[in-house]
Structure formats: structure tokens, C-alpha cells
Design a protein around this ligand. Structure first.
Ligand SMILES: C[S@@+](CC[C@H](N)C(=O)[O-])C[C@H]1O[C@@H](n2cnc3c(N)ncnc32)[C@H](O)[C@@H]1O
Length: 263
């Protein structure tokens, strides 16, 4: 677990700031504003990503009929958190949340409370140490790993910059899940932007000591190796099962998204 350090921007709080939340500090707002000057679409991207989270959880609950979720990189609680979306459709849904930000821990324990029929639990852990998550008593007490689980890492893996850590971590988590489980991911990319804009964003991240990495579509696809992508496959985040309506500013939301099933 990381220490609570409000002098340095932290992504959970910056994301909260872009979404209009109040759980953020001066360093988060300074970084958030600077990045927005260089990448004007950043708030749109954050909102589009959050809407994808809702659509993915609705699909997983209503269509794929999954009743168990492992939501890694939960973020600060905001509207339409995973358990609220899932339990509206299937009240007995069980959700395990995981994040490595100590501020998320404090808020999540207070706010991520389950329906009476279902269950929620919280693990303070880092996805770079998957054994800690998989071995946590909160996980084994909440999820039955003989039944399908939807593993979510929504807007998280661009913060796990080392490929030698990121790919094996996801692999070991998916390996621990039974067949019929799902993996839902979204990930920031520079694919839609000119190289200067990618470099400007990278420079801002470096200046604020934010460990962040864009991945290409091919690098994103690697996380799903061995799994079956569900329709519509890998698409810009705003386009994933957007119900055919108009998609405003879709190219501005520089995030790839996909959901896949373990056969
Ligand atoms: C941009 S927020 C996304 C929140 C939520 N998943 C969503 O899409 O609305 C990223 C979250 O991932 C968490 N995070 C970053 N690195 C992590 C790591 N190595 N292990 C676990 N959580 C991490 C951050 O603390 C933050 O809460």
C-alpha cells in the first residue's frame, strides 16, 4: 500500500477532480488542469470511461449473467459504482473492490455498502502483487471461485507501466478464475493523437512524477490473449455497446475498451 501523500498528484484523486468530485487536493488539481491544457479532451475521456464502466457491468450482469465481480482499481466512490449497477439488476451480486490508494480505502469502506441480498468487500492491495489479492481472506469469503467472476480493471493498466509486471499480473488473475469468467478493461492510448500531443501528455506526467503509459491497440489486445472478445471487440471507449446512438467527440476519448470471456 502507498502512503497518503497529498503533496503529489495521485490518479484516483485527479480522476475524481475531472469527474467533478470533491475528494482531491491542490497537487491533484494543478496536475489535472495542466494536463487538460495540453489535452483538452481529458474530462470527456474520463466521463466516457466512467460510462463504459456502467455499460460493461450492465452487460455482464444482465446479458452474461455474472453475479460476482472483482473490481481492481476501484477509484474514489462516485455515481454508479460497480455494485450499484450490478445489484440494481441482480441484487444478490457480490463485489470485491481493490485499490492501492489509502484515500480510496477510507472512502470505500464507508460508501461501498451492499444491498441486503448481496455482498461487498474491500481489499487494500496492488494489482502488481496479484497473489495478495487472490489470497486475501476478503476475496475468498466473498467470491466463490468455482462460479464465473467478472474481473474489471477500468482505466487502471496505463498506471502499471512495466510490461514485465502488467501482463503476468493479469494472466495470473485470469488463470485463477473458472471458465465462463470475464475480463473487462479500458486503457489510455496515444493511437488517436498526433505524436506531439502524446509527447506533451508524457512530459506533463513526467513533470508531476505520475507513472503513466499509453499503450497501442496491439499492446492492449495482448491482455486478452487466450480469451474470446465479446462484440464489438476492441473499440474506442465511447463506442463499446453504445446502443447505436450518436457518439459525440468519440475520437477525443483516447481510451481503448473491450470485454472478453474465458472459455
Ligand atoms: C482512473 S481511476 C479509475 C477508477 C475506476 N476504475 C473507473 O474507471 O471509474 C484508477 C484507479 O486505479 C488505482 N490504481 C492505480 N494503480 C494501481 C495499482 N497498481 N493497484 C491497484 N490499484 C491501482 C488508482 O488508485 C485509482 O483509484
Amino acid at each position: 500500500m502507498e502512503e497518503l501523500d497529498t503533496s503529489k498528484a495521485h490518479v484516483a484523486r485527479v480522476y475524481d477532480y475531472w469527474l467533478g468530485g470533491k475528494d482531491n487536493f491542490e497537487a491533484d488539481r494543478a496536475y489535472g488542469d495542466e494536463l487538460e491544457r495540453r489535452v483538452p479532451a481529458i474530462r470527456v475521456a474520463a466521463r466516457m470511461n466512467r460510462l463504459f464502466l456502467g455499460r460493461a457491468v450492465r452487460f455482464l450482469t444482465a446479458e452474461a449473467r455474472v453475479r460476482q465481480f472483482l473490481d481492481i482499481g476501484t477509484g474514489l466512490p462516485t455515481a454508479n459504482n460497480t455494485h450499484q449497477v450490478a445489484q440494481l439488476i441482480a441484487p444478490a451480486s457480490r463485489i470485491v473492490y481493490t485499490d492501492n490508494d489509502p484515500l480510496v480505502l477510507v472512502h470505500a469502506r464507508a460508501l461501498l455498502t451492499s444491498s441486503a441480498e448481496g455482498r461487498t468487500a474491500y481489499i487494500a492491495a496492488d494489482v502488481r502483487e496479484p497473489a495478495t489479492i487472490l489470497g486475501a481472506p476478503e476475496l475468498t469469503a466473498t467470491l466463490d471461485l468455482r462460479e464465473p467472476v467478472a474481473v474489471l480493471l477500468i482505466a487502471v493498466l496505463h498506471l502499471v507501466t512495466d510490461d514485465a509486471v502488467a501482463y503476468p499480473a493479469i494472466r495470473s488473475i485470469v488463470d485463477a478464475m473458472p471458465s465462463g469468467s470475464y475480463l473487462a478493461l479500458s486503457h489510455a492510448t496515444g493511437d488517436f493523437w498526433p505524436a506531439e500531443q502524446v509527447e506533451a501528455a508524457n512530459a506533463t506526467n513526467r513533470a508531476h512524477n505520475v507513472d503513466f503509459r499509453f499503450r497501442t491497440r496491439a499492446e492492449f489486445a495482448r491482455f486478452f490473449e487466450g480469451l474470446e472478445l465479446v462484440e464489438p471487440g476492441i473499440v474506442p471507449v465511447a463506442e463499446w455497446r453504445s446502443d447505436g446512438g450518436p457518439i459525440p467527440e468519440r475520437r477525443d476519448a483516447n481510451i481503448w475498451a473491450a470485454v472478453a470471456r474465458k472459455g
